[in-house]
Design a protein around this ligand. Structure first.
Ligand code: MIC
Ligand code: SF4
Length: 643
């Protein structure tokens, strides 16, 4: 019996062979976008000239850029709403919730494929979907009915046994996997969960685990679809969406990771990487000034209810700001109906609207030299909006314990563990989702002045010359490359403006240097470009003249984005050569265009008078895209344009 992943891939395979490392093309059933990546994705979709989306379902969520400090974000929201109506896309307005949470509640279907312009799209793997994050352009192509190309990942089985002990929850499961595997441990892999422990996890638990599989670098994570899934869908008024996908057996996997849920203890990811995992008991006593509950990894009904029960009848510590960011309007409404809101208010929590908020630095930046506990999936340096921030990632239980005590406390000290029951039936009638009008209904796209056209990108020259513009180390995140936060996020639909912030916190001189040099390269270590799916981390450097990136290895989504925008990602044949490429050195790739198109597996790089061998890990399709200067150019050529 094949794995669930293989069954879903098989049913959606358009081309290629299911052998690890081979390029495959998959039919995409559903897409999602969020506003921070969506505006660009829809501009790209519009450029393709397709009159209406060709998926079974496409949804446009507004959840990231919720602060409206001037017209920009509000204009983008209106653009997205009007675009959705014109092109057959569902629209989820601001305040309705985080895309991944709302998608679980309202749209996810076991066995379907979902492509989202957000790296946490695998959250829907908790429902038995094959859900993957991608750059906006790949999502735009999927909306246009094109297949999604990826290298067939290795499918790794995670065998769960036992049952979570009191005060230990799903976040601790994924933190344990991050401790064992690190932020690169999932690269090129899909994690499929099976074993007797699966049935002891609810769908929101599974979603938390699948969500942070993104932090392992995994392509996605997949859970079985079973009686628990059936009950969840019924509780959402969607019993008809259920399809069974029973758990695979150990024999179906070449590699199996064993994880006994009963043996787990409360964990914490210390600053500033999700894999810097310790036992909560090791950091007990550390003073805490901010506690934030929410984000796409922990903001479900259960997550808020458990916090409510823990703080009920008590007051939060006077030095702590407790921030509650509900995952969706539905969560907030159902928590309120179940009596969970009042104890939070009375304990002193600050209740915010449903959305990403502080997780992406849209407000809630912590004070200087303070410690902050968050139930979020990422704590990359500076992501909170504060320089030198100290962000610890924990479960809602550990977060609530700290909110009461003003310091990190092992939640197992809190006494009896409250039991939270999912309602058999959530109140779902107030979902504020706007279905698209019938085809042919008159509509108009509303564009604000912040929305700038897509920049023109030149094709790859016959021989390429440039200088080393920047050299960085291992595990560079897209937050380093293209920071987010309330100042920069509103510029996501304006490439010339947002490019001024590339690598801002790493090297404030980078942009000036790049502009002066005209063309250049960036040198990176292992796992270059991990984290978010933001294609701006490829497009904005490209706009500044970065045409080549040379690293020891690349993260999947970022590499795909580099290719889509005509940046050549090259890998050191000998990682020791990393030491030989210093800032400012002149580089030359002779006959690069011809060699690339001829399928050469190695390229010579001339560095002053020396030569370094670089590996080309690209499919024939990738090579054509890069030679054309980017995917939109290639599509333009195919349509008879000049490219
Ligand atoms: C993130 O968590 O980093 C984001 C913000 O959701 C990104 C998307 C973006 O940068 O717009 C992601 O995860 O892909
Ligand atoms: Fe939003 Fe944070 Fe989830 Fe990204 S990780 S989608 S910013 S809640």
């Amino acid at each position: 019996m094949p794995t669930i992943t293989e069954q879903i891939i098989e049913a959606h395979l358009v081309s290629g062979r299911m052998a690890p490392g081979e390029e495959i093309a998959l039919k995409i059933d559903q897409t999602l976008t969020q506003d921070a990546t969506g505006t660009m994705a829809y501009l790209e979709f519009e450029a393709m000239g397709v009159p209406r989306v060709r998926t079974e379902l496409s949804v446009s969520y507004v959840d990231h850029n919720l602060l409206q400090t001037d017209f920009k974000n509000a204009d983008d929201h209106r653009f997205l709403q009007s675009f959705a109506a014109c092109y057959g896309i569902y629209f989820s307005p601001p305040g309705n919730g985080i895309c991944h949470q709302v998608h679980l509640e309202a749209f996810g279907i076991p066995g379907k494929t979902l492509l989202g312009s957000d790296s946490h799209t695998p959250t829907a793997g908790g429902l038995g979907m094959l859900a993957m994050g991608a750059g906006g352009l790949d999502v735009a192509l999927a909306m246009a009915g094109q297949p999604f190309y990826l290298l067939m990942p290795e499918i790794v089985g995670v065998r769960l046994t036992g049952k979570l002990p009191p005060w230990v929850s799903a976040k601790d499961v994924i933190l344990e996997l991050l401790r064992r595997l690190t932020v690169k441990g999932g690269v090129g892999r899909i994690l499929e969960y099976f074993g007797p422990g699966v049935r002891n996890l609810t769908v929101p638990d599974r979603a938390t685990i699948a969500n942070m599989g993104a932090e392992l670098g995994a392509t996605t994570s997949v859970f079985p679809s079973d009686a628990v899934t059936q009950r969840f869908l019924a509780s959402q008024g969607r019993a008809a969406a259920f399809r069974p996908f029973p758990a695979a057996r150990a024999a179906a996997f070449e590699t199996v990771i064993e994880l006994d849920l009963s043996s787990l203890t409360p964990k914490v990811a210390c600053p500033s990487s999700p894999d810097n995992v310790k036992e909560v008991s090791e950091v007990e006593g550390l003073p805490v000034q901010q506690v934030a509950i929410g984000s796409c990894s922990n903001s479900s009904f259960r997550d808020l209810m458990i916090v409510s029960k823990i703080v009920a009848g008590k007051k939060i510590h006077p030095q702590v700001s407790l921030e509650i960011n509900p995952g969706s309007r539905q969560v907030l409404e159902n928590v309120a109906l179940a009596g969970g809101l009042l104890p939070l208010i009375q304990a002193g929590a600050r209740i915010h609207q449903a959305g990403c908020l502080g997780c992406i630095g849209m407000g809630q930046a912590p004070a200087t030299d303070t410690n902050c506990l968050r139930t979020f999936p990422r704590n990359f340096p500076g992501r909170s909006g504060t320089k030198n921030d100290q962000v610890y990632l924990v479960s809602p239980e550990t977060a609530a314990a700290a909110a009461l005590h003003g310091k990190i406390v092992d939640p197992r000290r809190l006494g009896e563990y409250p039991v939270i029951k999912h309602p058999r039936q959530f109140v779902v009638k107030n979902r504020q989702l706007q279905a698209p009008p019938e085809p042919g209904t008159p509509c108009e796209i509303i564009r604000g002045p912040n929305i700038k056209p897509f920049p023109k990108l030149a094709p790859l020259p016959d021989a390429w010359e440039g200088v080393v513009l920047l050299k960085v180390g291992d595990n560079i995140t897209t937050d380093h490359i293209m920071p987010a936060g309330s100042q920069i996020l509103p510029l996501r639909s304006n490439i010339p403006a947002i490019s001024e912030f590339v690598y801002q916190a790493v090297d404030p001189e980078f942009v000036r240097r790049a502009k002066e040099a005209g063309e250049g390269a960036i040198i990176g270590g292992e796992n270059y470009g991990q984290g978010s799916s933001r294609e701006h981390a490829a497009l904005a450097p490209r706009y500044l003249g970065v045409r080549v990136k040379i690293a020891k290895s690349f993260a999947r989504i970022h590499k795909a984005n580099l290719i889509n925008f005509g940046i050549l990602p090259l890998v050191f044949a000998d990682p020791a050569d990393y030491e030989r490429l210093q800032l400012g050195r002149r580089l030359r790739l002779p006959e690069v265009r011809a060699r690339l198109l001829a399928g050469d597996e190695h390229l010579p790089l001339e560095v002053d008078n020396e030569e370094i061998r670089l590996r080309v890990e690209l499919s024939p399709r990738h090579r054509q895209i890069i030679a054309a200067g980017g995917l939109l150019n290639l599509a333009g050529q195919a349509n008879g344009g000049e490219g």
